[in-house]
Design a protein around this ligand. Sequence first.
Ligand SMILES: [Zn+2]
Length: 267
Amino acid sequence: MKKLKIETRRGLRMAVGKRSFAGYSLNTCSYWVDGVIVDTGPRSLRAGFRAFLAAQPVEKVVLTHSHEDHCGNAVLFNEKGIPVYLHPGTVDRAAQPVRVPFYRWVFWRPRSPFKAEPLPGAIETARGKLIQVIPAPGHAPDHVAYLYPEEGVLFTGDLFVSTTTKLGMREEDYAAWMNTLAKLLEYDFDLICCGHAGMVPNGKEMLAKKLHKLQELKESILHLKEKGWSDREIERKLFPHTRKVELLSGGEWGSIHIVRALMNTGK
Ligand SMILES: [Zn+2]
C-alpha cells in the first residue's frame, strides 16, 4: 500500500495522495477537523485513504462536490453507519454507478456509489463548533465551500487549485465561479484547505489573486474577440502549452473551455 503524506496544522490533519500518468502528477487531499472529514479521496488511492480515515475518530463526512477524486471513498463510511453529507442536488445521483472518461479512470477510477444525506446549512463538530456550508458553484453546480471560523479555515474543494487558471472542464461555469470567489472573499479566514494544493497560507490573498487573474484573462479574451479572433486562435495565443492534456482527456479538459466560457460572460 502506498502511504499518504500526512500534515497537521492548527487543529487540522491532511492526507495527500499522488497519482501520475503520461508525465502528469496530481495530488488529492482529504482533511480531518474535530471529528469531521472533508472529502474522502479517490478510489484509486483507497488503501492509503482508508488508513487515514480510520486513524482518527470520525462522526461525520462532508463532501465539497460529487467528483470522483473527492467522494471516491465515501462508501467506506456508509459501511460504518457514519453520515455522509452532499449538496442536495446530487444526493440521488451519488447512489448510482457512474462512468468516467479514460483519463479520469486512470487517475482516480469512478467513485463507488454511496448513500448521502442532503447538506444542512451548518455542520456541528464533535466539540459542538459549527462548520458553515456556503454554496459555491462554478467548478461544478453542486460545489460547496466549508468555513470553520474556529480556526479561520476555508475548505475550498476545487475552487482554488492554483492562482493561475490554465485548464478547464467542459461543464465549468466561469461567470458563476468568479461570483463565488467574490462572495467567499467576504468571509473571515486566512488558511485555505484545497482539494489538490493542500493547506495554503494567506488563503484570502491567494483566492483574491485567482479572481483578479480570471478577470484579467476575461478582459484579454473579450479584447481579442472584439478584434475578430476565433476561440481557437485566442486559445493558441493565451495558452500555447496545454494541448497535450486536452488530447489526453479526449477534449473534456482543456484551455478552450475557459476561452469559450469567458467569451460568453459579457462585460
Ligand atoms: Zn472537481
